[in-house]
Ligand binder design. Structure first.
Ligand SMILES: Cc1cc2nc3c(=O)[nH]c(=O)nc-3n(C[C@H](O)[C@H](O)[C@H](O)COP(=O)(O)OP(=O)(O)OC[C@H]3O[C@@H](n4cnc5c(N)ncnc54)[C@H](O)[C@@H]3O)c2cc1C
Length: 337
């Protein structure tokens, strides 16, 4: 970690996958870059660590993730096995963060400062607990409760995720859907290399956080899972995309609202948007095709869930149809899975 200067070409707020991917693409460029992270350690984040095929362009750490070709989808208690053309993966956020951080080693143009929270944003400067720093460009990669997004006065819409990490080692990648009781919410079982992450993703306007926790606890009890309250976590996910470019200010990942309203997936969108915004900073003419593709997929997910929530009586038919369509590789690509 180096001492901060008082002016940078680019300041990136947040060293999650989005901010780190942005910094990586700016490595050894002519731009001076400051990457700021409020936490002491880079990596840990409330997240289930599931990845779809959208991560294909990223060289993720080998031997640190698990892969699953089959998804087990339980719709109203009935199990459906869905084979995937591209395997789903699970990865530890700490390992992903540390892997991304390592790639920045030796970058002469990048200063990384942890334990530094940005407290306020002005037109051409930020204020941290350590002082004021000027920028030409600001990248908001500061997650679902983004300060940069608030500075831009953009609204947010948030789903919630809550989960337990269990010591148990499991081999089945599961989704549980209960259209009658939960509507568009779902429960997941994501096996990792050294634990299993079991959680619930829901819209807090439709299910209260207290009810969601009851649903999750009940599921764990019904399935005889041993869980401990100290391993419980919860956090919001912002799916309200309103754009990524605002003059000299850019948004990536959750700060940009690039989380799926359907699946809660956001790691890959953060990686892609971070990388694409870096290219845009290096070349303003750069057309962010990959980012536009992922935005389209996110918008499809939002549309699908909004329709689904509007027609509660058709929800089980909808899922039946959805599972049939997901058998086709073309639809898997269209849906982003
Ligand atoms: C319960 C839950 C489960 C999830 N499961 C999955 C999943 O299985 N798969 C998936 O793809 N996605 C999942 N997500 C979503 C995923 O976690 C996010 O989409 C992803 O982390 C977004 O990356 P990011 O870089 O945009 O933001 P983040 O990972 O949130 O990183 C933002 C960083 O900015 C820092 N920061 C914030 N404010 C400041 C400040 N003022 N100053 C300095 N630093 C600051 C934070 O400390 C953080 O390190 C889940 C989310 C939740 C809540």
């Amino acid at each position: 970690m180096r001492i901060m200067k008082n002016k940078y070409d680019v300041i990136i707020i947040g060293a999650g996958p989005g901010g780190l991917a942005c910094a990586e693409e700016l490595k050894n460029s002519a731009l001076s870059v400051l990457l700021l992270e409020k936490n002491n350690t880079i990596g840990p984040k409330v997240c289930a660590g599931g990845l779809t095929r959208l991560d294909a362009g990223f060289n993720l750490p080998k031997g640190k993730s698990r892969e699953f070709k089959t998804q087990h989808i339980f719709v109203n208690g009935k199990e459906h096995n869905l084979q995937l053309a591209y395997p789903l993966k699970t990865i530890s956020r700490t390992k992903l963060g540390q892997f991304q951080l390592k790639k920045l080693q030796g970058a002469k143009n990048i200063d990384i400062q942890t334990n530094t929270a940005v407290l306020e944003i002005k037109a051409d400067r930020i204020i941290t607990q350590d002082g004021i720093i000027d920028f030409n460009y600001l990248v908001g990669a500061d997650g679902s409760n983004s300060l940069v997004r608030k500075y831009l006065k953009l609204p947010s819409s948030q789903n919630m995720g809550l989960y337990y990490d269990l010591d148990l080692l499991s081999n089945k990648f599961e989704w549980h859907i209960n259209t009658k009781a939960w509507g568009s919410a779902y429960l997941w079982v994501f096996p990792h290399l050294d634990h299993t992450n079991i959680g619930f993703h829901f819209n807090p306007k439709l299910i209260s956080a207290a009810s969601a926790k009851k649903i999750l606890d009940q599921f764990l009890r019904d399935n005889n899972y041993v869980f401990r309250k100290e391993n419980f976590r919860s956090a919001p996910l912002n799916y309200n995309y309103q754009g990524f470019s605002f003059g000299s200010v850019f948004l990536v990942g959750d700060a940009a609202g690039l989380v799926s309203k359907a699946t809660g997936e956001g790691i890959t969108m953060a990686l892609i948007s971070g990388k694409e915004i870096a290219h845009k900073l290096l070349n303003p003419q750069y057309s962010v095709t990959e980012l536009h593709n992922v935005i389209k997929i996110m918008q499809r997910h939002t549309k699908m869930i909004d329709r689904f929530d509007r027609h509660p009586r058709l929800q089980s038919t909808f899922f039946w149809l959805f599972l049939k369509m997901m058998k086709s590789q073309r639809f898997q690509e269209y849906f982003g899975n």
